[in-house]
Design a protein around this ligand. Structure first.
Ligand SMILES: [Zn+2]
Length: 211
């Protein structure tokens, strides 16, 4: 992203990229602070402004109803966390982390930009006055950062999202005949940011909170 002397031009760049990545107008306004009138003046021809009218960003409750969407949310958040806690401004971190997440899952990005935005606002007090409802925890077993409801204790024995999937895959592999197992193993692995250990290290996972 080019660096501008004038902060307003920088915000316009972020707005353009967010719109390109599928953000709805209300989310772009929250991230950049640019008014609806100016967004329409500058990006009037952008399809996102005419087909995506705004409304509230998606709820994060659904993140815990499906394993894949939860994994994708944690994957996106790993990128955001890395940038934001190294001093990248939140608006830039949001767009850059989503762009990288989207690139890693080309053709299979389960998490839309608006829901990714909701993930950030549910973890951090950014662009909202609401209390956080999610917290990031670092898994001591695999090293990944995963999202858990705010009430989750680091003393819980429940393994992290990634370890749960690894355990399930291990059980699945054992239950399959050899030829089917070979097919599963040869399929492309899910790309997980922050995943540092093999999926067989899942047993006995615990977690620690992350700032
Ligand atoms: Zn883990």
């Amino acid at each position: 992203m080019p660096h501008h002397t004038y902060p307003h031009f920088r915000r316009l760049d972020i707005a353009r990229e967010a719109l390109d990545l599928g953000a709805r107008r209300s989310v772009v306004q929250l991230i950049t602070g640019i008014s609806e009138g100016e967004l329409r003046r500058v990006f009037g021809a952008c399809p996102a402004l005419t087909t995506n009218w705004g409304g509230r960003p998606s709820s994060v409750e659904k993140l815990f109803q499906g394993r894949q969407i939860h994994l994708h949310a944690s994957d996106f958040y790993n990128g955001f966390h890395h940038l934001f806690h190294r001093g990248v401004p939140p608006d830039e971190a949001m767009v850059a982390a989503y762009r990288h997440y989207h690139g890693r899952h080309a053709g299979d990005a389960r998490l839309g930009f608006d829901r990714a935005f909701s993930v950030v606002t549910s973890v951090c007090r950014l662009w909202t006055t609401a209390a956080p409802s999610l917290r990031p925890l670092r898994c001591n077993a695999c090293g990944a950062l995963f999202l858990a409801p705010i009430g989750t204790s680091e003393h819980d024995e429940t393994p992290c999202t990634y370890c749960k999937v690894a355990k399930r895959l291990a059980r699945h592999d054992r239950g399959l005949s050899n030829d089917v197992s070979d097919r599963v193993r040869s399929s492309p692995p899910f790309q997980l940011a922050g995943m540092t250990a093999s999926r067989t290290s899942a047993m006995g996972a615990s977690s620690t909170p992350v700032q």
